[in-house]
Write a protein of this length. Sequence first.
Length: 106
Amino acid sequence: MNDVKSFRKEDVVGKTVIETSGTIRGEVKDVLFDLNGAITIVVEGKDGQDWQVPIRRVTGISDNVIVGSEPTTTATPSGSGASCKFCGASMTPKERWCPSCGRSQT
Ligand SMILES: [Zn+2]
């Protein structure tokens, strides 16, 4: 049973989201997908603020949803456009959510 497992939305919504470092980040509220096949988990943080986690950051789903820690990749600074105020990833000014760490910029 090492095959890639499929999950239903119901399998993850309501589960606790924990970083690999052990930090509890909140609870899964919803699952988003787009037509490019990108899947994002919406987490309701403990502070009540929504937090979006790209599925590629999820490392495991069992009783809890395990996500990798904040990416430590060096952000590519671009001359134009804004950057995430949390992780420094470059993003377009109109983006509300950082494409790298998924945090709200508002
Ligand atoms: Zn970010």
